[in-house]
Design a protein. Structure first.
Length: 129
């Protein structure tokens, strides 16, 4: 039974566009978990990871632009965290299919932990007025 991650109002950053992006990220993580649990490993570790990479590139740029507009000093550290996530996901994406299949559950857990913790512990305090 898939445990679905639901976006909650307490995760709101106060910036509508960023909240909408975060809901989409929750949805992509849920699709990933659902696909893995249904044995669609290749779909999860190729198409869904591609979608996630595209989406986080777009979304992280949006957050970084917003931080830059607000002149926030934490921008550089925040960018570093974003780069780290992108690097990890691209590394997973570029593994051989067999290798990915062997660690697919760990990839899912990594994505959940990283993204959900990042949203709650880093993005919310950064943007909430
Ligand atoms: Fe962020």
């Amino acid at each position: 039974m898939t445990i679905l991650y639901e976006w909650k109002p307490e995760y709101s950053t106060g910036v509508d566009a960023i909240d909408e992006d975060h809901k989409m990220i929750f949805s992509l993580i849920n699709q990933f978990k659902h696909s893995v649990e249904n044995g669609e490993h290749e779909f999860a570790s190729s198409e869904l990871l591609d979608k996630l990479i595209d989406y986080v590139n777009f979304h992280f740029a949006r957050e970084e632009n917003k931080m830059s507009e607000r002149g926030l000093a934490s921008l550089t550290d925040h960018q570093y965290l974003h780069e780290d996530l992108k690097f990890q996901v691209i590394a997973f994406r570029s593994m051989e299919e067999q290798e990915k299949a062997a660690i697919i559950g760990e990839i899912g857990s990594f994505l959940e932990d990283w993204l959900i913790n990042h949203i709650i512990k880093v993005d919310v305090p950064t943007f909430r007025p």
